[in-house]
Design a protein around this ligand. Structure first.
Ligand code: PGA
Length: 237
């Protein structure tokens, strides 16, 4: 399974390095069989001495190799550190940073040409969830506009917007229903994200076709994140 941590706008360079060291040490000692991802802030990017099952990834980039885009991170700046996994379409970038589907699709195409792993995030806001499953699915499929769902290095993370960083997790039934419907059309591994924590990770990973989790808040404590990896190891999948 894929157990991913999104550090978001947390941790300095030094702190992120210590976080990665702790997780790496844990993975070595526990002989985990999980695929682990840690998405760190751009200022903390570096070449880490990683375990093969651990990839340190980027939370964002601008779809250019380099150029005049003040304040942005081009692909060249990721390649310097051999970054091979990237988050695209995260709800905070869609809703807070106002990224359009057009820009998201441009990022996707750029990353696809580079053949890196893309964790493509989708999720509905609360008002859509309140309209029922058909409205939710229609909204989610719109988020695939311009996206190559057959890309080999694609992972899809279903993250209901109202469950991100709120402590509210979608119900087991709601997650199961969406994941099952996504599975019908997508070959990519499917992850769930949205207030995943030590207390609920086992139930979430037990959902059919759910191949992992993308964790924000609860993963920022490296020990809790390691515990989540350990819980995944106890499940047969
Ligand atoms: P959360 O964030 O675990 O804090 O809800 C998840 C995410 O944003 O990927």
């Amino acid at each position: 399974m894929i157990i991913a941590s999104n550090l978001k706008t947390n941790y300095t360079r030094k702190g992120a390095c210590a976080f990665i060291d702790t997780v790496q040490m844990f993975m070595q000692n526990s002989h985990t069989s999980q695929e682990v991802r840690i998405y760190i802030p751009a200022t903390a990017l570096d070449t880490f001495d990683k375990n093969v099952q651990l990839r340190v990834g980027a939370q964002n980039f601008y779809p250019v190799q380099n150029g005049s885009f003040t304040g942005e991170i081009g692909f060249e700046q990721l390649e310097e550190f051999h970054i091979t996994s990237i988050l695209i379409g995260h709800s905070e970038r869609r809703h807070i940073l106002k990224e359009s589907q057009v820009l998201i699709a441009q990022k996707f195409d750029f990353a696809k040409v580079k053949e890196v792993e893309i964790v493509y995030c989708i999720g509905e806001p609360r008002e859509v969830r309140e309209q029922g499953i058909e409205a939710v699915m229609a909204y989610l499929w719109e988020q695939f506009e311009g996206i190559d769902i057959h890309y080999t290095n694609l992972i899809v993370a279903y993250e209901p917007v109202w469950a991100i960083g709120t402590g509210l997790t979608a119900s087991q039934h709601d997650i199961e229903e969406v994941i099952a419907r996504l599975h019908v059309k997508l070959n990519a591994p499917l992850l769930y994200g949205g207030s995943v924590k030590v207390e609920n990770i086992k139930d979430i990973l037990s959902i059919p076709y759910c191949e992992g989790v993308l964790v924000g808040t609860a993963s920022w404590d490296s020990n809790a994140f390691c515990t989540m990896i350990q819980v995944a190891d106890t499940l047969e999948k």
